[in-house]
Design a protein around this ligand. Structure first.
Ligand SMILES: [Zn+2]
Length: 166
């Protein structure tokens, strides 16, 4: 994959930024989950601002408009305090396929961090499902391309509606 190094640099940057934008009550869950998954996942989104949320909704990656998602929460000082996180595969640890087109999340030559075809990727997503539920994180369903399906990358705090400050 021609752009492998650029992809993992970008991934590490997004991961570090997202970690810093989690609600203090979500962070311990996320660290536990990442640990149980043995480094096969990184964070892609923690907090999403208005433009990012609307872009996610427009592209079908989110069902929620700005202000409705646990990704949009702000604390009392108006600082990001996400009550949800989206995880993606770390291609250094999981044998993902290469992205095929922009619609398939990335460009040719880039690893597909959302790959759901390669056996190693499918094993990793199944482990994410199992471990997230085991530690009490909440998982959701989304309506996408005519079918209800797991929002695979997404985990949220089970009490996000009570914890959210806006
Ligand atoms: Zn999400």
């Amino acid at each position: 994959m021609r752009h492998f190094d650029a992809a993992v640099d970008n991934l590490d940057e997004r991961h570090a930024r997202a970690l810093g934008e989690l609600h203090p009550q979500l962070s311990p869950f996320v660290f536990e989950l990442l640990d149980r998954l043995g480094g096969r996942f990184k964070l892609w989104d923690g907090w999403r601002g208005e433009a990012e949320q609307n872009a996610a909704a427009a592209s079908g990656n989110s069902n929620a408009s700005w202000g409705e998602s646990p990704h949009n929460n702000l604390d009392a000082e108006d600082q990001p305090a996400a009550l949800a996180a989206d995880l993606v595969l770390d291609p250094r640890r999981v044998q993902v396929r290469e992205a095929e087109t922009a619609r398939r999340r990335g460009k040719p030559g880039w690893p597909n961090l959302w790959d759901d075809v390669a056996p190693d990727s499918l094993r990793a997503w199944a482990d994410l499902e199992e471990q997230a539920l085991a530690i009490g994180l909440e998982r959701v369903w989304v309506y996408r391309r005519g079918v209800w399906q797991r929002d695979r990358p997404h985990v949220q705090h089970p009490k996000w509606l009570q914890l959210r400050t806006r």
